[in-house]
Design a protein around this ligand. Structure first.
Ligand SMILES: NC(=O)c1ccc[n+]([C@@H]2O[C@H](COP(=O)([O-])OP(=O)(O)OC[C@H]3O[C@@H](n4cnc5c(N)ncnc54)[C@H](OP(=O)(O)O)[C@@H]3O)[C@@H](O)[C@H]2O)c1
Length: 330
């Protein structure tokens, strides 16, 4: 039977923040489908994660052409949930997808050409059973394709009605400046930028966040929990059902060093003093930046979504707290 969403899902208006200088608001916590939504994963768990997020007011779901494994299967999974459970709620959802990484064989299935981006968007729409996505990203800058061509493809996607907004991911501050001015000239301003940003990866503080604020572009921080490291997941070893434990493609167990664990324990103690879990404090820390609209989490269990939404109960930091955190992560 099709899911009946919770009637209380919009009971917390402070869950939403305006995305840059646009008309769109996004939830402070958004759900990404990079891991746990592939063809290899348990469909009922994937379905439960999407529906639980929606029931809790999370309106933004982030995908990419290559999420799986196998590549494309996360979009197929999400499309099935949309079709079977959320068909009546399309206008309540902000769905994003991207193209930019290796997707199909031959010279036209990667990077930033118009040929690749527009073909990939058609494939994504087909897999998800959608007429349009809300946000279409260039997933990474392409050093060999003129940025005018890549931005022209995003603008075309918007003008053709297959995407409502254009977006960038993994572009540096200078690349974002240039891409943003081209998109504005084309009449399809950049809605949002998706950088990696968490306590152990602070590159966006070196100019990108200022660029976003100046350009009126929203920011959505990906991997805000460092793939689960900035949580209590690894404090007592590596659980078999954790990302590092069962899928070390992107999170290698050896990257969780004794030094990292020592820092995590200090951060966990500060979080406890704030009445938060470590994950909640890590999310609040990312969201303290005015240029960050949303923290883009992943989850393998619905309880993690609840824990992460709990961060909203305490988003402010005192100067002394920030100084103590800085001393641990610097
Ligand atoms: N644009 C890009 O290039 C790019 C790159 C990477 C990701 N992304 C986007 O960012 C999204 C999030 O990435 P991510 O999954 O790495 O984000 P993350 O939020 O840093 O890590 C998510 C993982 O942390 C663990 N976790 C989450 N909440 C927890 C909690 N409260 N307590 C304990 N463990 C918790 C879970 O791992 P376990 O499996 O161990 O339970 C979960 O799968 C992706 O889905 C994708 O949409 C974009």
């Amino acid at each position: 039977m099709s899911h009946v969403p919770s009637p209380d899902r919009y009971s917390n208006p402070s869950l939403y923040r305006r995305c840059g200088r646009s008309g769109v608001k996004l939830p402070l916590i958004s759900l990404g489908l990079w891991h746990n939504f592939g063809g290899v994963d348990n469909f009922q768990n994937s379905r439960a994660l999407v529906l639980h997020a929606f029931d809790r007011g999370i309106t933004h779901f982030d995908l990419a052409n290559n999420y799986g494994p196998p590549p494309g299967s996360a979009e197929a999974t999400f499309g099935r949930v949309l079709r079977e459970d959320l068909a009546a709620h399309r206008d309540e959802l902000i769905i994003s997808t991207k193209a930019g990484y290796d997707m199909w064989e031959g010279p036209y299935g990667d990077w930033g050409s118009r040929k690749y981006l527009l073909a990939s968007l058609d494939q994504s729409l087909e897999r998800m059973g959608l007429e349009y996505v809300d946000i279409f990203y260039s997933h990474r800058p392409d050093p060999e394709t003129p940025v005018e061509e890549t931005m022209g493809a995003l603008a075309h996607a918007v003008r053709s009605g297959k995407a409502l907004y254009a977006a960038l991911s993994n572009y540096s501050a200078a690349q974002t400046d240039r891409a943003s001015s081209i998109l504005r000239e084309l009449g399809t301003p950049c809605l949002i930028h998706q950088p990696k940003y968490h306590m152990f990866h602070r590159a966006p503080e070196q100019g990108l966040l200022d660029t976003l604020a100046r350009e009126g572009i929203g920011g959505i921080a990906f991997c805000p929990l460092a793939q689960g490291v900035l949580t209590n997941r690894y404090l007592n070893g590596i659980p078999a059902d954790s990302r590092a434990g069962h899928d070390p493609r992107f999170l290698k167990p050896e990257s969780i060093t004794a030094d990292t664990l020592a820092r995590l324990r200090k951060l966990d103690a500060i979080a406890k003093e704030r009445g938060q879990s470590l994950a909640q404090m890590a999310l609040a820390w990312v969201l303290r930046q005015p240029a960050i609209t949303s923290a883009l989490i992943g989850a393998s269990k619905t309880s993690q979504i609840d824990d992460n939404l709990g961060s909203l109960a305490n988003l402010s930091f005192g100067a002394e707290e920030l100084r103590r955190i800085e001393a641990v992560i610097a």
